[in-house]
Write a protein that binds this ligand. Structure first.
Ligand code: ZN
Length: 106
């Protein structure tokens, strides 16, 4: 699990580096449009990575409190297949399908 987190953080780091490189001016770049298309694509990747990281942070605090792998809706176990595919999953597949997006709070 720690290795998974580590690789995700490395990935995010790479994406953030890409973002700062992209903010440099490229006045004489003949392929400006291509660059901006790439940028728009990588901005999406950054947003995805940031969301994933924040989900992962939440998962890590569940690891710390011993709740990792336990569905926050029904309290049942989250299958290891699901955790494999989605390490930050907070809900079992049944609740995820039924509840749609957005955990309830409060
Ligand atoms: Zn559940």
């Amino acid at each position: 699990m720690a290795a998974r987190v580590d690789s995700l953080r490395r990935e995010l780091d790479a994406v953030q580096r890409l973002r700062s490189e992209n903010s440099d001016d490229d006045e004489h770049d003949p392929e400006g449009a291509t660059t901006s298309q790439l940028w728009s694509h990588s901005a999406g990747l950054v947003a995805d990575a940031e969301r994933e990281l924040s989900e992962l942070d939440a998962a890590l605090s569940r690891v710390a409190s011993g709740d990792y792998g336990t569905c926050r809706e029904c309290g049942g176990p989250i299958s290891s297949d699901r955790l494999e595919a989605r390490p930050a999953a907070a809900f079992c597949i049944t609740c995820a399908r039924r509840g749609g997006a957005g955990p309830r709070r409060g």
